[in-house]
Design a binder for this molecule. Structure first.
Ligand SMILES: *Cc1c(COP(=O)(O)O)cnc(C)c1O
Length: 427
């Protein structure tokens, strides 16, 4: 493989980075095999759902205008519902992002006077405005929907006593974020989410349990809907879009609650019946079909990054050996310069915009400057190789994605290269 090494060197990866990476990779065979097995299982699950619903090329045709009788849209929703073992699904290009999908699910199922509870601590940054934790036009708070939060215990466990006390007579809905997002708390496994849902349902069966599933899809063989979640929500430019979906979001779960979402997304009365798909159904089907393999590549990239950076003495979450429940890898680089060098490496390895230098900026919805490296085919797609993080202590980058493992590998090696070139580390 002399030629491969030469090609890496031409790409800008030094021999020392390559040798260091090779040594790390030697110990990862078993982990990679495990990831392959999960992907194989999930691939079969998706294919079975497509076969059961008789997916055919008529489903790839475009609809326009009102989008009545969009067979492709209806079949895609049936495929999602089956793959998630749920009663119903809403999978739409009109859902603009993950935050929007979550907003629809919350606003559709909460009414004035109701309370929303997060039993897993502060939700993802962009949700602060949605809920009204931070004063924002149109927030749930403006509609007299209140919010309560119970933080995880310092060891990452649920505060069961605190949760029990926080459930009031007007607690209508619970939001459980699977992934850590921009926090340093652990990501929740589907099994743990199931335990939490059971605890809540034992107190009051009628509380709607929603899971923010962003970044979690296809990482395990189970999804939150397999362990009692009433609603499970995510973005199509993350895991389930498989890198091919150019926009959209999904909501799966109990029919009654999903129908409410449709009435909120479109209009009362029209619900699921409208919403032209303008020809993107084929992407959405094909992306869902690719997603288990794509997620597997992203997982391998995250495992590789954890092992590289832990070896160099940086704090990584998850650590080099622990099991994974989402595709996110955080690496605490400890300085602004470290974050910039890391992100420059990820950017330089991209197929798109590799010549661009990422700069920190005040991104809407986030409370400090954020640096983002992404050379993506789809704007903001974080199933594609990307790294980002708020420029504030402890100066952690959140690294995720990679449509292929080989691209993920190159990106991580390049980040290492840039850190060395900036004089921040030596091998
Ligand atoms: C990405 C993400 C969101 C928001 O999704 P956007 O598509 O960026 O709006 C919400 N929750 C979690 C945990 C996420 O990772």
């Amino acid at each position: 493989m002399e030629q491969l090494e030469n090609l890496y060197e031409k790409t800008g990866i030094s021999k020392e980075v390559l040798d260091f990476s090779k040594k790390i990779l030697r110990d990862l065979e078993e982990r990679f095999e495990e990831a392959d097995k999960v992907a194989e299982y999930n691939q079969l699950k998706v294919i079975a759902a497509m076969q059961k619903n008789r997916v055919s090329d008529i489903h790839f045709a475009a609809t326009t205008g009102y989008g009545y009788n969009d067979l492709g849209r209806e079949t895609l929703e049936a495929v999602y519902a089956d793959a998630f073992h749920a009663e119903a699904a809403l999978v739409r290009p009109q859902i603009t992002c993950g935050t929007h999908a979550l907003t629809v699910a919350l606003a559709a199922n909460l009414r004035p006077g109701d309370e929303l509870l997060s039993p897993v601590g502060k939700p993802y940054d962009t949700l602060e405005g949605v809920i009204g934790i931070k004063e924002t036009k149109g927030s749930l708070a403006e509609y007299n929907i209140s919010y309560r939060q119970v933080d995880l215990l310092p060891n990452g466990d649920f505060d069961y006593e605190g949760i029990k006390n926080a459930i009031k007579s007007n607690t209508k809905m619970v939001t459980i974020q699977r992934s850590k997002g921009y926090a340093t708390r652990p990501t929740l496994s589907v099994t743990k989410i199931g335990e939490l849902i059971r605890f809540i349902k034992d107190i009051r069966e009628d509380i709607i349990c929603m899971v923010d599933n962003c970044y979690g899809e296809f990482v395990e063989v189970m999804e939150p809907t397999d362990v009692g979640a009433d609603l499970c929500v995510g973005s199509l430019i993350k895991n389930p879009g498989g890198g091919l979906a150019s926009t959209g979001g999904y909501i799966v779960g109990k029919e009654e609650y999903v129908d409410n979402c449709a009435y909120r997304l479109t209009t009362p009365g029209l619900g699921k019946e409208v919403g032209a798909t303008l020809g993107i159904n084929q992407q959405l089907f094909q992306g869902f079909f690719m997603a288990p393999t794509v997620v597997c590549g992203a997982l391998k990239s995250a495992i590789f990054a954890a092992n590289i950076y832990e070896k160099l003495g940086f704090k990584v979450v998850p650590n080099a050996t622990e099991p994974r429940y989402d595709i996110i890898q955080s690496v605490t680089l400890g300085s602004r310069e470290g974050m910039i060098a890391f992100c420059e490496g990820i950017q330089a390895a991209a197929p798109v915009d590799s010549y661009v230098k990422p700069e920190p900026w005040a991104m809407p919805g986030y409370h400090s400057d954020v640096i983002m490296a992404a050379g993506a085919f789809v704007q903001g797609s974080s199933i594609e190789l990307s790294a980002d993080g708020p420029i504030e202590p402890p100066f952690a980058v959140y690294f995720q994605g990679g449509l292929t493992w080989y691209h993920g590998k190159l990106g991580i090696m390049m980040s290492l290269q840039k850190m060395i070139e900036a004089g921040l580390i030596s091998l």
